[in-house]
Design a protein around this ligand. Structure first.
Ligand code: CP
Length: 304
């Protein structure tokens, strides 16, 4: 079944039928990956425009395209593009869309992806626009939830840390809230709470959420999604220093707990490395799920 969108800018575009189609296509892509790939996107070209640092998103997009037989053009950092000569984002996208069949872009400004989509002559995917949205991360988190918990329904999802600037969890919470029985616990310091633009959607969808400042409130959830306090989003270095270690999860906190621990990575101190060896720690498996999800999206958006 085709998706309801031809560009993916924000997780709130995704309907439940889209999420189910993407998850079903991920199952097919896991089978493709087991045999090393196929050539369904042969002669198709993906342009990866990354104007902000990335390891997982860019490399898993590139891997996804290569595993499906396609090819990749990459720009890393604004310094290596004509944006430094004053070219507008819109002009860049118009031109790149004449070289490539599909574009994935990461950009530091909130709203940049929506601007790019409006002028893109080919399918456009937001790979992170500042503190706003990261919808492909939200989808790979959904796949992770299903693989780790066996379902995406009736899950209690605790999210801890920086929910104000955390684009990954804006997208994940929006996508998982499509499924019945989702309940949220948002655990933050007072000035890093989930923005109203996200919680208003949960109110519209009738999805219950509680707010707390105590990490203990996440330990009996089905999923505890830890987030990094993002230095690059703070105007005040003092405020960052004050908040950076607000929540630190240790192995001893998880003794006797079945909660699945997720994190989009990269992490700083918020998950101690002694958690890594526990079965609860799903974050490296989560990063691996970026490949089948991005294979599924490229394939569906390119009609392969
Ligand atoms: N999760 C994520 O977006 O990681 P990168 O910043 O490395 O792409």
């Amino acid at each position: 079944m085709p998706l309801s969108f031809s560009h993916l800018v924000s997780a709130d575009q995704i309907m439940r039928s889209d999420a189910e189609e993407i998850l079903a296509t991920c199952d097919e892509m896991e089978t493709v990956l087991k045999k090393g790939g196929d050539d369904r996107l042969k002669r198709k070209v993906l342009a990866c425009l990354f104007y902000e640092p990335s390891t997982r998103t860019r490399l898993s997009f590139e891997t996804a395209m290569l595993r499906l037989g396609g090819q990749v053009l990459s720009v890393e950092g604004a310094q290596s593009s004509s944006l430094t000569k004053g070219e507008s984002l819109e002009d860049t996208i118009r031109v790149v869309g004449q070289y490539a069949d599909i574009i994935a872009m990461r950009h530091p400004e909130e709203g940049s992806a929506a601007r790019a989509m409006l002028v893109s002559p080919v399918p456009f995917i937001n790979a992170g626009d500042g503190p706003n949205q990261h919808p492909t991360q939200g989808l790979l988190d959904l796949l992770t939830a299903r693989k780790e918990r066996g379902t995406v329904e009736n899950l209690t999802v605790a999210i801890a840390g920086d929910l104000k600037f955390g684009r990954t969890i804006h997208s994940f919470s929006t996508v998982i809230s499509l499924f019945p029985g989702t309940r949220f616990r948002f655990i933050t310091p007072p000035n890093l709470r989930m923005p109203a633009k996200v919680t208003n959607l949960f109110k519209e969808r009738g999805v219950p959420f509680e707010e707390s400042e105590d990490l203990q409130d996440g330990l009996d959830a089905d999923i505890l999604y830890m987030t990094r306090i993002q230095k690059e989003r703070f105007e005040s270095p003092e405020e960052y220093e004050r908040l950076k270690d607000a929540y630190v999860l240790h192995a001893k906190d998880l003794k006797g707990k079945s909660v699945t621990v997720m994190h989009a990575l990269p992490r700083n101190a918020e998950i101690a490395t002694d958690v890594d060896a526990l079965p609860n720690a799903a974050y490296f498996r989560q990063a691996q799920n970026g490949v089948p999800v991005r294979m599924a999206l490229l394939s569906l958006l390119l009609g392969a």
